[in-house]
Write a protein that binds this ligand. Sequence first.
Ligand SMILES: Cc1cc2nc3c(=O)[nH]c(=O)nc-3n(C[C@H](O)[C@H](O)[C@H](O)COP(=O)(O)OP(=O)(O)OC[C@H]3O[C@@H](n4cnc5c(N)ncnc54)[C@H](O)[C@@H]3O)c2cc1C
Length: 443
Amino acid sequence: MKQKVHPILGIGFGPANLSLAVILEELGHLDDAHFIERSSVFQWQDEQLLSGADIQNNPFRDLAMQRNQDSPHTFIKYLASRGALTDYLHLNAKFPLRREYGDYLAWVARAFSALVDYGQGAAQLTLQDDEDGNELFCVETHDNQRHLGRTVVLGTGRSPRVPPPFPASLGHTVFHSTRYLSSINAFNDQNIDVAVIGASQSAIEIVLNLLERPNVRQVTSIHRSIGFRLKDTSPYSRQVFLPEFVDYFHPLPAAVKRRLRADLRSINYAACDQDVIDRLTTVQREYSLIGSERLRLRPFTEVTEIDTPSDGGPHRLVTRETNHHTRETLDADVVVLATGFKDFGIGADDERYHPLLEGVASRLPLDEEGVPEVGRDYAIELKAPASAPRPLRIYLNGLCEASHGMGDAGALAMLSARASDIAASLLAPPAPASRRPAYEAMR
Ligand SMILES: Cc1cc2nc3c(=O)[nH]c(=O)nc-3n(C[C@H](O)[C@H](O)[C@H](O)COP(=O)(O)OP(=O)(O)OC[C@H]3O[C@@H](n4cnc5c(N)ncnc54)[C@H](O)[C@@H]3O)c2cc1C
């Protein structure tokens, strides 16, 4: 039987591609889309669904509300569907729990389940010809299923960043925060010492979670910075989460973008919310009153070596104080890497492009630094033979922090605006230029 070619083939069905499904439905083009998702059901960062954790964005900047207040897929409609709207408003909580927001996203995802093949992780993306000789995309999954698409929308989230010296030690005792709950729960019947690397919101939440676990003897929090810094939540800084900022940022030269991103880093990275900092300082004071050394902080410290003993004993970590250059060794049964995610770029912490693009690497248009050029409409237009009717496009939905600015990958607040931009370009190629007023207008 002839295999169906989907006009729009989405890889990954997290919040980013879910948001795309919502706008395609609004525009009457849902039938054009199909998605494959690695997880067996819809989930949103389930590995860090820690009790008490809340979200870090206004919940009304959801999958649809800013664009269409009548959408059936808003957070308000979700609350109302549960009969929970009055309760929610009455509580006056600054932010909903992550568990509640995840449930909202899953509630919306259920409306689109017919479009999604769950339990199918994309392993490879290649090009092939259809019977008319036109090129199309072929996505092969880990269980050897094939999906064909005229256009691909990559919504996989970013690749975890595992800095040196940890890559060779990755396994069930050394793991990234994206595998936290399933990995740490495997030790529930063993007493363990844990080292947590990083000073991000995820790092502090994990430290707090570990301290709630009776089987955890000691937690050592290791970070290069002075400690857990407060996020920059000024509304002026948080303009990075406005679509107009993307218009401002996208045309800048790569080197200027890097400088600006470094300058704005504390809005979202290596920084934490006040509530978790308050919780940790309270725990610290209590431990100090009872003389407990269950929590150890190692600021201005980096791990230079990690040794994996063959007898199944703890890892020995060699650390270096970054200013005094003193060295220390410490043992940990488990090491959690809350070390963030990779962006596209040439830095030591970056990758040039998402690993799934390897199969089309020779066709990627590269900038002067060898990084794929991504249009304002989030599309990479593949280099095409002169005879091709029009270039093939891969859209990056939620991977464009380096090219589109701080608000891109790490923010739910931008989902609906970005999905609108992608849908507009998908349905009306070639992409229109920016549809928004210039950034100057908002100053
Ligand atoms: C713990 C945590 C909490 C966060 N909290 C907030 C918050 O409160 N507010 C905020 O604005 N942002 C938050 N973020 C930022 C986060 O990146 C976004 O909220 C959001 O998850 C991004 O959505 P996404 O769809 O781009 O990526 P993801 O949520 O990562 O979804 C990607 C999906 O693609 C699937 N996938 C990956 N690879 C493949 C493949 N090869 N084949 C098929 N499927 C694949 C994954 O299984 C996943 O379902 C948080 C991030 C983390 C890690």
